[in-house]
Design a protein around this ligand. Structure first.
Ligand SMILES: [Zn+2]
Length: 289
């Protein structure tokens, strides 16, 4: 009897989720079948990953840590976005001893650079900057100063030069001890989901998109912790379109805030809600400029 009631409740939830999501996404003309899958995915996801998704809406910071057995090391050099990473990749951790290695040897790497639907392209490793790995679409002819702008963008986002003007300050930010907008993001909204990537780098893909934007694009298997068979696309990734990077009506600070915006999506990315929990910059990150 209990099972029947439970099944009815689950069915009702799925239908309700479908209706709500259909209404929400009507404006984007997303196919109903995708929405139904997303709704069901949300439901399953919220159970299987210990309600991370739902809780994260209300209590985002470290919601999952206890359940996932993640313990921040407390060491001062542990980046706030990857606090607890060592415990996640330990032999008895959620990644079961797997830790993603980044070859960075110049050979092309296949990543998903699709917006909305998968579009796998080759990328070449360009540079390591702080916690970022920067890649450029292999077939693209980059504008001369594109790489400089890309480096400056992530340097400002994590304030790698320790400039006072890029240090979060009250009343604009919630945590005055943060050294950068990126740290502030991870301390207020939540750490990067490294318990799925099992890696402690953020990948930025500079791609020729054919439109002006930046977006999160990853692998559908991101639902699960990575293992040694996971593709490169199963990672913490966002795509920066070269068309946006090179547009003249945006300052480099605006691009740095785009990094923060996209990484908010990465933090809240689930297979069921890939893009749309947050839009805009998180409330605690209202930029002072
Ligand atoms: Zn967005």
């Amino acid at each position: 009897m209990y099972c029947i009631v439970l099944c009815c409740v689950v069915l009702c939830c799925v239908v309700l989720c479908c209706i709500v999501l259909c209404c929400v996404f009507e404006m984007f003309h997303a196919p109903a079948v995708i929405l139904a899958t997303m709704s069901f995915g949300l439901l399953v996801h919220s159970w299987t990953e210990e309600s991370y998704t739902l809780n994260s809406l209300f209590n985002p910071v470290e919601t999952s840590f206890g359940k996932l057995g993640i313990t921040p090391s407390g060491k001062p050099d542990e980046h706030p976005c990857f606090r607890g990473f060592d415990s996640a990749v330990a032999a008895d951790g959620v990644c079961k001893g797997f830790s993603r290695a980044y070859a960075n040897d110049g050979s092309p790497v296949l990543f998903n650079a699709g917006s909305g639907r998968p579009n796998y392209k080759n990328f070449s490793f360009a540079q390591e900057v702080g916690v970022f790995n920067l890649y450029v679409e292999t077939a693209m002819e980059s504008p001369p100063d594109a790489m400089d702008k890309l480096v400056e963008m992530v340097t400002i986002a994590d304030n790698l030069n320790g400039e006072d003007r890029f240090t979060p300050k009250k009343p604009y930010f919630g945590n005055s001890s943060s050294a950068s907008w990126l740290e502030e993001l991870c301390l207020t909204v939540g750490p990067m989901p490294f318990w799925r990537s099992c890696g402690n780098r953020i990948t930025v893909l500079l791609a020729e998109c054919g439109f002006v934007n930046a977006f999160v694009s990853t692998n559908p298997s991101f639902f699960f912790p990575a293992n040694n068979e996971s593709p490169a696309a199963h990672d913490l990734i966002f795509v920066m379109c070269v068309e946006l990077l090179m547009s003249t009506d945006k300052t480099i600070e605006a691009h740095a805030l785009t990094v923060i915006h996209e990484l908010t999506h990465v933090i809240q990315w689930t297979p069921s809600i890939p893009y749309s929990i947050y839009e805009g910059v998180p409330p605690s990150l209202n930029p002072p400029c």
